[in-house]
Design a protein around this ligand. Structure first.
Ligand code: ARG
Length: 264
């Protein structure tokens, strides 16, 4: 099925502050390399037949490339982000403005802290929602009421996996892949009971942000370094498309972080 993705070119990308354990401002990052890697990700989606829309990057917002955090869009309803850290606060209104400017009129400005698709992952019959580092559990309730979809809370416990999308991704509308160690014991149990057929990733693959992947149900776009997970996905019949986003990983992001799915 054709997907519609919103992306933001990393024209102002930099690692200037540290708001997650992947970020080391003293080591910095190479913007030109990041732009090249991002361009490859964008053309990968286009070659798969997906539609990519672009939002203009804003100077002074070095993390704006991580479009997944900008909003959550389900059934044409746009639930806006409200960022945890002041460094990214201006991104919320910037993404909302893109949606209102592009004809989306069912838009909700969030009252509670949430980082969009970074912590909300949409399946056919539910939305999985992370909390513990960024998104407040009150936003899970707010999203459920606004979207009219059941929202299932999952507790994140490892600071390397600060957003749900760093630890889990939907393979299709019914199935997921995840790294159990990123979740509290109770949430691991919830995941086991909801998804007995999940693909379980190991820590090595999680530690290269292998779970920050994007699946259209057939193709999985995934960080190249996540070797075991790629093998397992192939065994399960998925077409695996490895990409190199190593420069963006220096800010704690991978393919999914760069990709906000627009579900009409
Ligand atoms: N540096 C960004 C932050 O810490 C990275 C965001 C990655 N995005 C994501 N969807 N996991 O906020």
């Amino acid at each position: 099925m054709t997907r519609h993705y919103l992306m933001c070119r990393p024209d102002y990308f930099a690692v200037e502050y540290a708001i997650n354990p992947w970020m080391h401002p003293e080591a910095g990052a190479d913007r030109e390399v990041a732009i090249r890697q991002w361009e490859t990700l964008k053309s990968t989606y286009e070659e798969l037949g997906h539609r990519v829309s672009l939002i203009d990057p804003v100077e002074g917002l070095p993390d704006m490339v991580f479009a997944a955090n900008g909003a959550l869009v389900v059934g044409g309803r746009v639930y806006g982000a409200r960022f945890t850290h002041r460094e990214r606060a201006a991104e919320g209104p910037a993404y909302l403005k893109w949606f209102t400017g592009n004809g989306y009129d069912r838009v909700r400005e969030a009252a509670f802290t949430n980082e969009g698709e970074g912590d909300f992952l949409t399946l056919d019959h539910m939305v999985l929602a992370g909390t513990g580092f960024r998104t407040d559990i009150t936003a899970h309730k707010e999203a459920q009421e606004f979207l009219g979809r059941p929202v299932v809370t999952l507790q994140l416990v490892d600071p390397r996996f600060y957003h749900l999308d760093t630890a889990l991704f939907p393979l299709n509308g019914r199935r997921v892949a995840y790294f159990p160690g990123a979740f509290s014991p109770g949430s691991q149990e919830v995941l086991r009971s909801l998804f007995p057929d999940a693909v379980i990733a190991d820590e090595d693959d999680a530690a290269v942000l292998g779970l920050n992947a994007v699946s259209d149900g057939t193709h999985v776009v995934i960080n190249a370094e996540a070797g075991n997970l790629q093998l397992e996905l192939k065994r399960q019949g998925f077409e695996v498309i490895p990409v190199d986003l190593s420069e963006l990983r220096k800010a704690g992001g991978g393919p999914k972080c760069c990709t906000l799915e627009i579900r009409e």
